[in-house]
Design a protein around this ligand. Structure first.
Ligand code: VGL
Ligand code: ZN
Length: 202
């Protein structure tokens, strides 16, 4: 069993990020059993859930004439536009049915602000609006984070980098992640995490 100051953070293991989903990540469902096994080692388990309202500003469908996977400029900076995904309450937003959700003490929902996307478990994409996870972890006395899930180059990357910036010791188990990998995003994310002091395992 890991120490009491360690937490496992399982990022966005939801149907829409698995094969057959609206924003499928290749092999996304292939990590579920290993994540379940890893959960049994941790006293603290936290899940995140991408959770968008209809017409969310990160959806290409909300921007006349713009295609999914193109990049636009939001007031807070560049934003990739995605197919509609993880609609609040939908089957696509539900956790993969094989994922053990009972061991989790906390589920962090993110991306519910219609005007701002939220890749990171800690901050929305404006990089200032907190999700509350930092306070939750601090008040539980947690200092070390292991992150796994989907997608390695987006939500895992942003969560890991923010965690490290906040002073947590963050490691990412790459074997228990899968990437979208568009336009070199995976390579850039790995570099970004290394630079931020995130330990990359696997
Ligand atoms: C994610 C794109 C849009 C992710 C979420 O979980 O990595 N990627 N929303
Ligand atoms: Zn999303």
């Amino acid at each position: 069993m890991r120490a009491a100051d360690e937490a496992l953070i399982v990022i966005d293991v939801q149907n829409d990020f698995c094969p057959g989903g609206a924003l499928a990540v290749a092999g996304g469902d292939g990590i579920v059993e290993s994540i379940n096994a890893l959960m049994t080692e941790f006293q603290a388990v936290i899940l995140t859930q991408d959770w968008h309202p209809e017409g969310h500003s990160s959806f290409a469908s909300s921007h006349e004439g713009l295609e999914p996977f193109s990049v636009t400029t939001m007031p807070y900076g560049p934003q990739v536009l995605w197919p509609d995904h993880c609609l609040q309450g939908s089957q696509g937003a539900a956790f993969h049915q094989g994922l053990h959700t009972d061991p989790a003490q906390m589920v962090v929902r993110k991306g519910f602000n219609p005007a701002v996307d939220s890749y990171s478990a800690f901050f929305e994409n404006d990089q200032t609006t907190p999700t509350g996870l930092e306070g939750y972890l601090h008040t539980r006395g947690i200092a070390k984070l292991t992150m796994v899930g989907l997608a390695l180059d987006f939500c895992v990357n942003f969560s890991a980098v923010d965690g490290a910036k906040l002073g947590f010791a963050v490691s990412v188990d790459k074997n228990l992640c899968r990437a979208i990998d568009m336009d070199g995003s995976l390579e850039a994310a790995l570099e970004n995490m290394k630079r931020a002091g995130v330990q990359l395992n696997g």
